[in-house]
Ligand binder design. Sequence first.
Ligand SMILES: *[C@@H]1O[C@H](CO)[C@@H](O)[C@H](O)[C@H]1NC(C)=O
Ligand SMILES: *[C@@H]1O[C@H](CO)[C@@H](O)[C@H](O)[C@H]1NC(C)=O
Ligand SMILES: *[C@@H]1O[C@H](CO)[C@@H](O)[C@H](O)[C@H]1NC(C)=O
Ligand SMILES: *[C@@H]1O[C@H](CO)[C@@H](O)[C@H](O)[C@H]1NC(C)=O
Ligand SMILES: *[C@@H]1O[C@H](CO)[C@@H](O)[C@H](O)[C@H]1NC(C)=O
Length: 382
Amino acid sequence: MKITNAFVILYLKMFKKKICRLMPIGLLTISMIYVVYRAQRDVQWVLKSLLEVVPTNVITAMVPPSTTAPNTTITTTEIQTSTSVVSTARTEIHFPLDIDLEKYVRDKLEKNITIPVKPINEHNFTYIHRPAKCKFTRTTEDNVTLLILVKSSVRNVFLRNAIRDTWGQDLSGNVNLRFMLGYSISFVETTKAEAETYNDVIVENFVDSYPNNTLKTIMGFTWAVTECSDASTILFIDEDHLPRLNNILAYLRSLNRDQLGSLFIGYRLISGRVYKGKHHWAIPKSVYPYKKWPPYLRGGAYLVSQDIAKQFSIAFPFVKYLHVDDSYLGIIALKLNIKPQHDTRFMMVKKKLQKEKTHFVYNDYKQPGELKRDWKIIKDNA
Ligand SMILES: *[C@@H]1O[C@H](CO)[C@@H](O)[C@H](O)[C@H]1NC(C)=O
Ligand SMILES: *[C@@H]1O[C@H](CO)[C@@H](O)[C@H](O)[C@H]1NC(C)=O
Ligand SMILES: *[C@@H]1O[C@H](CO)[C@@H](O)[C@H](O)[C@H]1NC(C)=O
Ligand SMILES: *[C@@H]1O[C@H](CO)[C@@H](O)[C@H](O)[C@H]1NC(C)=O
Ligand SMILES: *[C@@H]1O[C@H](CO)[C@@H](O)[C@H](O)[C@H]1NC(C)=O
């Protein structure tokens, strides 16, 4: 606000000396513009925090999806076309380990060849609570089995209960739901009670905190491939999102076997700027020296096929830890030559729920009451 102060002083001085009357007004206008500019930057900042999107992308992310929203009849060719843009723009980045990860992961998957490199990011944690393995009861013609992994903060018991009471309550036999939590000394008892009552929380012995965010995601991938290998597809979703499961399942059932097997799709950000400075998304240059992230899927909601999840889980130990999990997956995807696929239906503000009926998720449910209200609307419309 130093500049504004300078303007005010100048203004007062000139007023005293009775210089030209128009000039102070001009200066006042300029300072007002500056103040408004500052204020709108702050408003944007708040919006960004709410949306939990890496800041530079907010503008893209907040474009009303109706303008770009695909038809309900969106075909995979359209998605593929949009991803091919990315493949031509594939950037060279060097992020440890600098090895041919794609080849190593393929060799491991196809021939069980142990990767001959020392891992730098071993996920060396043990389960505090390990929920029941997945169980699907599907009809013979239905190849879609969906595991939903909800990323949840250990302290938000009330949000988990809201999910259990709403969209988590009536899942069909081909859908399973688990919550991913970290550990907190203050919530040992509540977490234990949840585990005993619902048997649906995955908890490992790392502290539930923002810098450990990626540990949670790695835990989820690991659990999915070891304890839930029958799931054809995994939906990763944040605890404040409301999924429209009928739409998601209909979409998955519309895919052929190859498309279903190679799924890595969500709301894609093409050249997200890397945040520097004091923000909690900030990444020091020493950790990641580039200005842009490779294409990545917004962390709030995305679908991964079992095969792609396996590739990621093999790769994690060989890619340096980065606490921003969605960008981290983007880096690994680039290394593995997996193309993040884009679909606008993976993001929608909750106030458009009634209007945008074809979407997959709605964001920003911080109040159980709102979640219940909107879930009822979806149910009644199903
Ligand atoms: C949606 O699809 C219909 C035909 O199925 C077409 O007439 C219409 O132009 C499409 N709208 C957009 C926005 O692509
Ligand atoms: C893969 O190799 C490891 C040892 O390198 C072995 O323990 C494991 O049983 C093998 N798995 C299969 C499916 O052959
Ligand atoms: C993994 O953790 C256990 C205890 O939690 C420890 O004893 C072991 O040395 C660790 N292993 C590695 C490779 O860090
Ligand atoms: C997790 O986060 C906390 C604080 O944010 C930190 O002290 C801790 O070392 C991190 N890692 C693990 C494994 O808990
Ligand atoms: C579904 O599974 C059956 C048998 O597992 C297979 O023959 C069929 O091609 C699959 N269909 C799709 C669309 O993946």
